[in-house]
Design a protein. Structure first.
Length: 65
C-alpha cells in the first residue's frame, strides 16, 4: 500500500463556528462566509438574492404636503 495521502499537506479545516459573519441590512439576520463569496466577501452585503432585490423596493417616505 502506498502512503501518499499522509505526505500531502492540507490546510487546517475551519469549523463553521470560526467562519466570519455579517448581518443582512434587509432582514437583520446574521449570515456566514461561503466559499462562493471567497473572492468578494468584502462587497457582500445581503444574505440572499431575495434580500438584494427587496432592498430597492422599500417604500420611500413621502414629503409632507
Amino acid at each position: 500500500m502506498y502512503r501518499l495521502c499522509s505526505k500531502i499537506r492540507r490546510s487546517p479545516v475551519r469549523k463553521k463556528a470560526d467562519l466570519p459573519t455579517k448581518e443582512c441590512p434587509v432582514c437583520l439576520r446574521p449570515f456566514t462566509w461561503r466559499k462562493k463569496w471567497a473572492k468578494d466577501w468584502i462587497n457582500v452585503r445581503y444574505c440572499s438574492e431575495r434580500c438584494r432585490r427587496t432592498k430597492a423596493q422599500k417604500p420611500t417616505e413621502m414629503p409632507p404636503a
